[in-house]
Design a protein around this ligand. Structure first.
Ligand SMILES: Cc1cc2nc3c(=O)[nH]c(=O)nc-3n(C[C@H](O)[C@H](O)[C@H](O)COP(=O)(O)O)c2cc1C
Length: 207
């Protein structure tokens, strides 16, 4: 499947085939692909908890305002945007740039300074925006790659973030931009046609 076809065919699925197994290998394959997503300074500030256990999905459904898909999908991914991603990953990013010849060693401190000034302190709004925007790009690639792997998805931000943090042991400082339900379309379900999209003339202009 090419990218344009995946974009055109991706839909948010409400009815997943209940009880259908999605293997850990397939989930790893999906995440390996999405892990190639671009990120600010290549800092990759995302983490994922993949919930497959039926009892744990029940808990997730409770936190997700009882949305059935949070329990019925084969797996539900809790996407975590980590504001500490800058400090956690910058060393390895810069090592790799140095090794591969993207950057001269003497530029290292300059890059660290640029990251600090662009993405602020750990608890700043700028840092939260950094973490969420990059994790959201990762999320989009999960949804598109899933199509190519024969899977369907549904992103969700209808949930109580505190409930998920408490139930899934996620530290207070993390942000959960969305959940993504992943699985297979329930047989016999016909999707309604895709709903309203604005015309691009409404939101774009050339300069
Ligand atoms: C970040 C995000 C959060 C969403 N949260 C929910 C949700 O909690 N429950 C839900 O039923 N749909 C949710 N949706 C799905 C949207 O309603 C859906 O993407 C939109 O109606 C367009 O439909 P389509 O994805 O099939 O093109 C969410 C979508 C996004 C991108």
């Amino acid at each position: 499947m090419d990218v344009i076809q995946a974009i055109k065919e991706r839909r948010s699925i409400n009815f997943f085939e209940i009880g259908r197994e999605l293997s850990d290998d397939k989930i790893r394959e999906l995440l390996e692909i999405a892990n190639l997503s671009p990120s600010s300074f290549n800092l990759q500030p995302w983490k994922v908890i993949v919930v497959k256990d039926p009892e744990r999905k029940k808990v997730l459904r409770h936190c997700a305002f009882d949305q059935p898909k949070a329990e019925e999908a084969s797996a539900v991914m809790i996407l975590i945007a980590d504001t500490k991603g800058v400090e956690e990953n910058r060393g390895r990013v810069l090592d790799s740039w140095q090794e591969l010849g993207y950057m001269k060693p003497e530029m290292r401190e300059t890059y660290v300074g640029m990251m600090q000034s662009l993405y602020g302190t750990e608890d700043s709004l700028r840092r939260k925006v950094f973490a969420v925007k990059n994790t959201s790009l990762f999320a989009m690639n999960i949804m598109l790659a899933a199509k190519d792997l024969g899977l369907e998805t549904h992103p969700m931000d209808g949930f109580d973030e505190d409930c998920i943090k408490k139930e899934f042991n996620i530290p207070e400082d993390k942000i959960i931009p969305m959940l993504i339900a992943v699985g297979y379309l329930r047989s016999g379900i016909t999707l309604l046609p895709r709903a309203f999209r604005r015309s691009i003339g409404e939101f774009m202009r050339f300069e």
